[in-house]
Write a protein that binds this ligand. Structure first.
Ligand SMILES: Nc1ncnc2c1ncn2[C@@H]1O[C@H](COP(=O)(O)OP(=O)(O)OP(=O)(O)O)[C@@H](O)[C@H]1O
Length: 251
């Protein structure tokens, strides 16, 4: 199978501090890949590197390659607007815009030139359905998104990402601010979305990684220690440090 994302010898420095060291990783399309590891080991940094969000931080420099569909996103000619449309991101805190539910979802398509009401209506309905939110909001599309619960806001943010038709969705601890029921709904959604998208999720919750992901990547001090099928990694870790981490001996 052709890899969706191929990372080769990728280093990232915040000033003098090297946060990622010679990362090599291949991510398979239509799978969920989980990043686990103790705080500060570089999970979010690698996630943010996959749509060049780190470019905005002063003092960041990188070397190596991250290719998506075979094309190095660190090439000088990369169109960052197009990259971030293709590689969407969901953060820890739901961050809907303080505008209506409808306008949140229509925001990206409008920026990308879609203006007709009929077309926007279609996108809003389709993506809210894909995000398992339509039934809960269809009668209040023109009310503020800020009136939704945290779990609904997070599903709205996912609909907003889906509305610009990405291939890859990056999720940085997307359930850590949610209650258990909202977390379960979000996990169901992640599993459902992988048939159409490639998903990478950072999580501190090992049960969550075990429930939603196909592959798990264990990080320590800016390095990848182990990558394996999720079930294999949690039942028969190959590296002693992985075993220590998943059995709660540090982290
Ligand atoms: N904006 C930044 N400026 C400077 N250093 C940073 C920045 N963001 C992260 N770092 C550093 O890079 C290293 C990796 O951080 P990163 O946030 O990627 O780890 P993480 O594994 O995602 O941690 P956590 O699980 O706590 O979110 C840490 O040493 C951190 O202090």
């Amino acid at each position: 199978m052709t890899d969706k994302i191929s990372i080769e010898d990728f280093d990232l420095y915040y000033g003098e501090n090297q946060a990622l060291k010679k990362i090599r990783l291949n991510i398979i399309p239509n799978q969920v890949t989980a990043f686990i590891g103790p705080s500060g080991c570089g999970k979010s940094t690698l996630l943010r590197s996959m749509n060049r969000m780190n470019d905005m931080i002063p003092g960041v420099h990188t070397s190596g390659r991250i290719a998506i569909d075979g094309k190095n996103i660190y090439d000088r000619e990369t169109d960052l607007v197009q990259l971030r449309k293709n590689v969407g991101m969901v953060f820890q805190q739901p961050n809907p815009f303080p505008i209506s539910i409808y306008d949140n979802v229509a925001y990206g398509p409008r920026i990308h030139g879609i203006k007709t009401k009929k077309k926007l209506d279609e996108i809003v309905e389709r993506t809210l359905k894909q995000a398992n939110l339509w039934d809960e909001v269809k009668d209040r599309l023109h009310l503020s998104a800020m009136g939704l619960s945290g779990g609904q806001q997070q599903r709205l943010v996912i609909a907003r990402v889906l509305a610009v038709e990405p291939d890859v969705i990056l999720m940085d601890e997307p359930a850590s601010a949610l209650d258990p029921i909202s977390t379960e709904r979000l996990e169901e959604l992640v599993i459902q979305l992988k048939k159409d998208y490639t998903i990478v999720i950072v999580t501190h919750n090992m049960q969550q990684a075990a429930r939603v992901s196909d592959k798990t990547v264990f990080f320590l001090n800016g390095e990848i220690i182990e990558v394996n099928d999720t079930e294999q990694l949690f039942t028969h870790p190959e590296d002693q440090r992985t075993e220590q981490y998943i059995s709660g001996q540090f982290g």
